[in-house]
Design a protein around this ligand. Structure first.
Ligand code: BGC
Length: 424
């Protein structure tokens, strides 16, 4: 009986579809998994990474965490290389600045222009940021936030105890350091890892020489500027900081150095505003428990560090869809706000309200715009924004050797810097 037969089949089919719908299997069939490589493992960073995971899961997809600990991301980049070489790239990886171009040139990144177009990225992103995310005119990465690197973090109670004033110049910085030392407080919390040494150094170079000098020396890598009297002064100032750090600084992670300032064991730290994420995660309030102030002499400059995720070519359609959903979610206004509130950064998307942000973030947002106009917005060398990875690595090594050596003169360091700058 064909009629009854087909009626039976239809009702069985609708029963089955109903069951799928009840179990939520319909959308799940379209759900995918996104493996995300990042190095956000400290307290504040982990809270921010959690927000990213939640926004992907809210779209019905699965998050596969691929966290490689190590501030600054050098360890993560080493692991990423071996995964890609073995043909097993993650869906998304935290890759920044000029390195995006290097990865794209290898042919392993996917164009995400479809998402960018649908979400109007060209309109909601500053052009300077959009350009970093594009390879040959196509988006291959999505920016997450903007970090300012040239900050000084101050423990208010420690400064009060020492009778020290928050410094705005390098002279005032060393006066404050002396006062803290006399009060039995470690003046500068530092972690002796090469990227942290370079983070401090680039702040000193901007503070001593100004933004134009920094750009000429550490972005354009001009040999004469790298060997100039101003560079010699910057190196001498940098080296003068070392005696104010403690004996256990070697190898210390940046967030443990921040914790020293949070606890008041140390008075100051020179670090990007991911450090603020640690203060916030520890329940501390800006302006009360701690103060954020531009690193000495750098109030009119902004060294930027933009976190971004590069998207790799994938074979599975479901995973590709999930990857695109992640890219779209990252630039949504809601995510932009939640993420930066935890991370210590500011949103990268233009035109968002800053009401929920603290004064450090508000100052950062204003200075980002002002310095873009004045020409004092500069890419951070220590955080992969300024030069290709090979030159950055070589410069990083020279600066650390200079910091750690009792014998290397500033003149010798300058010669070595000029050689390192030529590394390709
Ligand atoms: C990254 C930040 C991160 C910091 C410390 C920087 O290079 O851009 O997102 O919090 O390193 O790990």
């Amino acid at each position: 009986m064909p009629v009854a037969d087909s009626a039976l089949r239809r009702s069985l089919l609708s029963l089955a579809l109903g069951a799928f719908a009840t179990l939520g299997l319909g959308p799940a069939a379209r759900a995918g998994e996104v493996e995300v490589l990042h190095w956000w493992t400290s307290g504040g960073e982990a809270r921010a990474a959690q927000a990213l995971k939640a926004s992907l899961q809210a779209k019905g997809h699965q998050w596969k965490d691929f966290a490689v600990a190590g501030g600054g991301g050098d360890a993560a980049m080493t692991v990423l290389k071996s995964r890609v070489v073995s043909g097993n790239a993650p869906a998304a990886a935290q890759i920044k600045g000029p390195a995006l171009q290097e990865w794209a040139a290898e042919g392993v990144l996917a164009s995400i222009d479809d998402v960018a177009k649908a979400e109007h990225w060209d309109e909601v992103l500053p052009k300077v940021v959009a350009d970093i995310m594009k390879y040959k005119g196509s988006y291959v990465a999505v920016p997450v936030n903007v970090h300012r690197v040239n900050w000084l973090w101050v423990n208010t109670a420690a400064f009060k105890k020492a009778g020290a004033n928050v410094p705005t110049t390098w002279d005032e910085f060393f006066t404050a350091a002396e006062a803290l030392k006399k009060a039995g407080i470690t003046p500068i919390a530092h972690g002796g890892q090469n990227w942290q040494d370079l983070t401090t150094f680039e702040a000193v170079v901007i503070g001593v020489g100004g933004a134009d000098f920094y750009r000429k020396a550490l972005v354009q890598l001009d040999p004469a500027t790298l060997k100039s009297p101003t560079m010699e002064k910057a190196l001498a100032t940098f080296k003068r900081i070392k005696p104010y750090t403690d004996r256990n600084a070697a190898g210390r992670d940046w967030n443990l150095a921040t914790a020293m300032v949070i606890r008041g064991e140390a008075g100051m730290q020179i670090m990007g505003d991911w450090a603020k994420g640690e203060f916030i995660a520890a329940g501390k309030q800006p302006g009360k428990d701690f103060i954020c102030t531009p690193a000495p002499g750098t109030a009119k400059a902004f060294s930027f560090n933009i976190d971004s995720f590069a998207m790799f070519k994938l074979k599975s359609d479901a995973n590709t869809r999930a990857q695109r959903d992640l890219a779209a979610a990252i630039l949504s206004p809601e995510f932009q706000e939640t993420f930066s509130l935890n991370k210590g950064s500011i949103p990268v998307r233009l035109g968002l309200k800053m009401d929920k942000f603290d004064d450090c973030a508000k100052a950062s947002a204003k200075d980002f715009v002002d310095t873009a106009r004045s020409g004092a917005l500069v890419p951070s060398l220590a955080h992969g924004m300024a030069v290709p990875a090979a030159a950055e690595g070589a410069i990083k090594d020279v600066i650390s050797q200079f910091w750690n050596s009792d014998k290397m003169s500033a003149k010798e360091a300058m010669d070595r810097l000029a050689t390192a700058a030529r590394t390709r």
